[in-house]
Ligand binder design. Structure first.
Ligand code: PEP
Ligand code: MG
Length: 586
C-alpha cells in the first residue's frame, strides 16, 4: 500500500494557518455525502445523464492526475491501486446502471449513483470474503469521488474522533469540525480541499492550529500514525522526516515563538504611525473564549465578534439568555472598550446542522439564503439575538453590525426589527440601549458601490474583504482550485475599498476593515495609504500589524498608493508594493 518504507515526501498545499507542528497523523475516513432524491421533469433527464457522464470523466481525470504524481520510488502497488479505481469507473455497474436509473426513475444523478452503490455494497456484504470486502471499500471510494464532483458539497461529520495530540488529515473540514477538534486537543490540520480565507482557515488561525489546505490527492501518501511535519507558513507537509529534518523544524518553531515573544513588548504601545496618525487596532473574535487572547495582545476592543460559532455543534440554537450571557462575557473581558457584535452570518460555508435553516439547499450557497437574508426570513432566529445585543448594550459599549447587506430595503427591515425588539424590551421593563450604534459590513460589491447611501443611514461601516473579494472577482473563497485568482490587490477590489473609505469620510462615520486582508502585514501600508484608520484582525496577527503601523509613514504611503491606483500593469503594481514594504521584514 502507499507510503511503504521511510521515504521523505513533501506534499504542497496552501498555508492557511501559520505555525509548525510535528506529530502523528490521524486520517479522517471519507464519509458518504448525504445525497437526497430529486424528481426531474422529463425534458431535464438527458441533461442529467450528461452531467453524470461529465462527472465520471472528471473523476477519471482526477485519478489520472494522482497517478502522474506518484514518485518513481513509490513501488508498483500504488499505481495498481489507482488503476483499480480507474477500471471501476469504466465498469458498466458504475457507468451504465446509474444512467438507467436516471432515465427510468427520472431522478438526479447523485441519487441514481447512490442506489447503485447500495446495491453493489449489499452484494459484497453478503460474500464475507476479506478480499471482496476490500473491493467494497474501493466501490465506496470511487462513488464518493464522483458524488463529490456531482454536488461539490460538503458532508457533515460531528462524531468525536481520537485527535488529541495528533495531526488530522481530512478531505475537508467544516468550521464546526474545527472547533470540535480544537476542544479535543488537535495539533494541526491538513486537508485536501479548502481555501485560506474559508471560515475553517480563519478559525484555525484564531485557535492557533497550524493548517495546510488544498493538498490535492495526497490521501494515498499518508497513513495513520505516520510522523509528519506541518509547516503552515509555507503550506508544506513533510511525510516521514528524518531526525535532522525534525531537529531543523524544532529550531524553526522556537524561532517563531521568540519572534512572537519580541512582539509582545508592543502590547501596551499605542498604534500610531511614524508621522503621528493614530490608528484603531481591534481584534476579531470567533468564540467567547477567544477574548482571553484579545486581552493578552492589548487590543482596543473587538471589531468583529462572529456570533455564529455559538450556534454550531448543537441541536437547538442558543436562546436569548444564553446569548446575553455569551455577549456579556465578551464585553466584560475588555472592560470599557467597544465590542462590535455581528449578527448571525450563517449559511454558505458556515452550516450548523443540515436540518435547520441555513442548510445547503441550493447549488450556490454563497449567493443564497445567508447572513442577514436568512435572519430576515427566520425572524425567530434573529429576534432573540437582537434583544440580547440590545440588553448587553445597556451595560457596556456594544455595537451591532449587520453582515452581507446588499439593499437599503434589507437595512430598513433590520432597523424596524431593532425598533420592535426595543419596544418589547421596554414593555417588559428590561434595560436596553435604544441608541446602540448600528453598522454594516461592506462585503457585497453592490454595497461598496453604494457605500454613500448606506453611510448616511448607519453609524459605522466595516469592510469584509473575505467576501468582498469573493464576490467581486467571482472566486469561491473555499475553493482551492481557484485560489490563485483570489487577489486582494485586484484593481476592482482596491477601488471598492477606496470608495467605501471615502464614503465614510464624507458621511463623517468611521470605516474599519475586518476581513483577513486587514490582518496581513503585506497590505498594512497600502491600506494606510488608502486612508484606512481602523483595523480589526485576529489577535494572533495584531501585534505584527501594530509593529508595521508604528514603522509606517502615512504621508509617503498616500503618494505611493495614489500611484498604485493609477497603474494598470501588474508588474508596476508589484514594484510599488515592494517599494512600500521595502523597510519591512515580512
Ligand atoms: C469578511 O467577509 O471579510 C468577513 C470578515 O466576514 P466572514 O469572514 O465571517 O465572512
Ligand atoms: Mg463575510
Amino acid at each position: 500500500m502507499p507510503g511503504t518504507g521511510p521515504m521523505l515526501l513533501a506534499l504542497h498545499g496552501i498555508g492557511a494557518s501559520k505555525g509548525i507542528a510535528i506529530g502523528k497523523v490521524y486520517m479522517v475516513e471519507r464519509g458518504h455525502l448525504d445525497v437526497q432524491e430529486k424528481r426531474l421533469p422529463k425534458p431535464r433527464v438527458e441533461a442529467e445523464v450528461r452531467r453524470f457522464r461529465n462527472a465520471l470523466g472528471a473523476a477519471r481525470k482526477e485519478l489520472e492526475a494522482v497517478k502522474d504524481r506518484i514518485p518513481e520510488e513509490a513501488g508498483p502497488e500504488i499505481a495498481a491501486f489507482i488503476d483499480t479505481h480507474l477500471l471501476m469507473l469504466e465498469d458498466a455497474a458504475l457507468s451504465s446502471e446509474p444512467v438507467r436509473h436516471i432515465r427510468e426513475l427520472r431522478c438526479n444523478a447523485g441519487w441514481a449513483l447512490k442506489l447503485q452503490r447500495d446495491a453493489l455494497v449489499a452484494v459484497f456484504d453478503a460474500m464475507e470474503d476479506p478480499y471482496l470486502r476490500t473491493r467494497r471499500d474501493d466501490v465506496n471510494h470511487v462513488v464518493d469521488r464522483v458524488q463529490r464532483i456531482l454536488t461539490s458539497g460538503r458532508r457533515r461529520r460531528t462524531q468525536v474522533m481520537p485527535v488529541k495530540g495528533r495531526i488530522v488529515f481530512a478531505d475537508d473540514l467544516t468550521p464546526a469540525d474545527t472547533v470540535l477538534m480544537q476542544h479535543q486537543g488537535v495539533l494541526a490540520m491538513i486537508t485536501e480541499y479548502g481555501g485560506p480565507t474559508s471560515h475553517t482557515a480563519i478559525l484555525a488561525r484564531s485557535l492557533r492550529i497550524p493548517a495546510v489546505v488544498g493538498l490535492h490527492d495526497s490521501r494515498p501518501y499518508l497513513r495513520n500514525d505516520e510522523t509528519v511535519i506541518v509547516d503552515g507558513r509555507e503550506g508544506v507537509v513533510l511525510v516521514n522526516p528524518g531526525r535532522e529534518t525534525v531537529r531543523h523544524y524544532r529550531r524553526l518553531a522556537s524561532q517563531l515563538e521568540r519572534k512572537q515573544g519580541a512582539l509582545l513588548k508592543l502590547k501596551k504601545a499605542p498604534a500610531v504611525t511614524a508621522d503621528g496618525e493614530s490608528v484603531v487596532l481591534q481584534a476579531n473574535v470567533e468564540l467567547p473564549s477567544d477574548v482571553e487572547l484579545v486581552g493578552q495582545v492589548g487590543a482596543a476592543g473587538v471589531g468583529l465578534y462572529r456570533t455564529e460559532f455559538l450556534f454550531m455543534n448543537r441541536e437547538v440554537p442558543p436562546d436569548e439568555e444564553e446569548q446575553y450571557a455569551a455577549y456579556r462575557q465578551v464585553a466584560g473581558a475588555v472592560p470599557g472598550a467597544p465590542v462590535t457584535i455581528r449578527t448571525l452570518d450563517l449559511g454558505a460555508d458556515k452550516q450548523v446542522d443540515g436540518s435547520r435553516p441555513g442548510a445547503p439547499t441550493t447549488s450556490n450557497p454563497a449567493l443564497g439564503l445567508r447572513a442577514v437574508r436568512l435572519c430576515l426570513k427566520e425572524q425567530s432566529l434573529f429576534k432573540p439575538q437582537v434583544r440580547a445585543i440590545l440588553r448587553v448594550a445597556a451595560e457596556s459599549p456594544v455595537r451591532m453590525m449587520i453582515p452581507m447587506l446588499a439593499t437599503t430595503q434589507e437595512l430598513a427591515q433590520v432597523l424596524q426589527i431593532v425598533k420592535d425588539c426595543g419596544r418589547e424590551l421596554a414593555a417588559e421593563g428590561r434595560a436596553f440601549d435604544a441608541r446602540i450604534p448600528i453598522g454594516a459590513m461592506i462585503e457585497v460589491p453592490a454595497a461598496a458601490v453604494c457605500a454613500d447611501i448606506f453611510a448616511r443611514r448607519l453609524d459605522f461601516l466595516s469592510i469584509g474583504t473575505n467576501d468582498l473579494i469573493q464576490y467581486t472577482i467571482a472566486i469561491d473563497r473555499v475553493d482551492d482550485e481557484v485560489n490563485y485568482l483570489y487577489d486582494p490587490l485586484h484593481p476592482a477590489v482596491l477601488r471598492l475599498i477606496q470608495i467605501t473609505i471615502r464614503a465614510g469620510q464624507k458621511a463623517g462615520i468611521p470605516v474599519a476593515m475586518c476581513g483577513e486582508m486587514a490582518g496581513d502585514s503585506r497590505y498594512t501600508r497600502l491600506l494606510l495609504g488608502l486612508g484606512l484608520k481602523e483595523f480589526s484582525v485576529h489577535p494572533n496577527a495584531l501585534l505584527d500589524i501594530k509593529h508595521v503601523i508604528n514603522e509606517s509613514h502615512v504621508g509617503e504611503m498616500r503618494k505611493l498608493t495614489a500611484r498604485l491606483m493609477r497603474t494598470a500593469k501588474t508588474v508596476s503594481r508589484d514594484a510599488l508594493m515592494d517599494e512600500m514594504n521595502r523597510t519591512l521584514d515580512l
